[in-house]
Design a protein around this ligand. Structure first.
Ligand SMILES: NC(=O)c1ccc[n+]([C@@H]2O[C@H](COP(=O)([O-])OP(=O)(O)OC[C@H]3O[C@@H](n4cnc5c(N)ncnc54)[C@H](OP(=O)(O)O)[C@@H]3O)[C@@H](O)[C@H]2O)c1
Length: 336
């Protein structure tokens, strides 16, 4: 395993935040508001998948991107995912989930995504979840064929452990003539889902989380120059409930927020100290990690997205004590 843990994090290409579109349904006005707010917040990457809304997310992304002026359209990167079969009926007629990363499925999935998006190519295709029955090299060959056909520029993966990520990296190194590597790995990561962080910090401790092979993923991604994207970074609002995206302005407001207790109160305290929104604090906790993490934010609320824009500044000013206070509060226990 090639893990050079001292290597600095890879520079992020584009905005620190990515706009997730899993919730973009048929309500185009709501999605349009999210896209505008995302662009205003400096976001340059849209994340979708063939299974989101059974294709409706991709259709909405495609329609809204087509409405943009040419310059804004060209500055946007669209990434999509394939490899999960979600709506196939089982013997009892009810849909069963399975994973398929075979060349035929990946190529057909990508072509169907491009149709829905109305695009000639996507920037990045992510393999959504691992299909253990398909050798990684077969999936990589399918990506390279699609790239040759001009349908996609880069390859990413999602929800995969370190060994499989490195298998992709090695297969690309062996098969791609131009030395292209894996673009990104997308994993659930945030104050609510701290596995990748706690696996490092609590190594060999009784409270160490079960990581199923992803324990050193953050450092390995940084060392390999692979972008680590964090899905679910706002924890669906668990730590910012009731927020309108504004910065808590005074001690009275902070005291009211803190009265609830628990991790949300610590998020509010740190927001007051840094004079940023609570959303910015939650995302800054991720950006502060030395792995070049890019949160994939799933909000459609323009005020919340505007609040998220302060995350990079908050991360630059968040000190180690504040970071640890947030972590400890989310964990619900003091550190060993
Ligand atoms: N690779 C994968 O397997 C995978 C899995 C899941 C998701 N994803 C990607 O990651 C993106 C983000 O995932 P996510 O949506 O689960 O994560 P998220 O960004 O943590 O959560 C966004 C959701 O939480 C709500 N929310 C946030 N703050 C709130 C608050 N203070 N009060 C009430 N509601 C609040 C948002 O509602 P509002 O719209 O009202 O703000 C939105 O529904 C998705 O869009 C998708 O692109 C990838």
């Amino acid at each position: 395993m090639t893990a050079v843990h001292e290597t600095p994090a890879p520079p992020r290409t584009g905005s620190p935040l990515i706009l997730g579109t899993m919730g973009w349904g048929a309500d185009r006005d709501r999605a349009r508001g999210a896209l505008r707010a995302g662009l205003d917040a400096g976001i340059t990457v849209l994340d979708t998948a063939d299974i989101y809304g059974a294709g409706v997310s991709e259709e909405t992304v495609g329609a809204l991107v087509a409405e943009l002026p040419a310059a804004a359209r060209e500055a946007l990167r669209v990434q999509t995912k394939t490899g999960i079969v979600l709506h196939e009926p089982g013997p009892d007629g009810r849909p069963r989930v399975r994973y398929d990363n075979s060349p035929a499925y990946v190529r057909a999935g990508l072509e169907a995504s491009l149709d829905r998006l109305g695009l000639a190519a996507v920037d990045t295709l992510l393999i959504h979840r691992p299909d253990v029955l398909t050798p990684v090299a077969d999936t990589v060959r399918a990506f390279l064929d699609a790239r040759e056909a001009g349908l996609v520029r880069r390859l990413g993966v999602s929800n995969m452990g370190t060994a499989r990520v490195l298998e992709y990296q090695r297969a690309l190194a062996g098969l791609a003539a131009d030395g292209t590597g894996l673009q990104c790995v997308q994993m659930e990561l945030g104050l609510h889902h701290r596995t990748l962080v706690e696996a490092v910090v609590l190594a060999n401790h009784d409270d160490a989380p079960a990581t199923a092979g992803a324990a050193d993923l953050g450092a390995v991604c940084a060392a390999e120059g692979i972008e680590l994207q964090a899905w679910g970074p706002l924890a669906q609002g668990r730590y910012t409930r009731g927020s309108d995206g504004s910065v808590p302005r005074d001690r009275a407001e902070q005291a009211a927020l803190a009265a609830a207790g628990g991790p949300a109160a610590v998020v509010a305290e740190v927001a007051l100290e840094l004079e940023v929104s609570r959303e910015a604090v939650v995302l800054a906790w991720l950006l502060r990690l030395p792995w070049g993490v890019r949160p994939v934010v799933g909000s459609q609320d323009p005020a919340r997205l505007a609040a998220c824009a302060g995350a990079e500044d908050a991360a630059a000013r968040m000190d180690g004590a504040q970071w640890h206070r947030l972590w400890t509060a989310a964990r619900g226990e003091t550190l060993p």
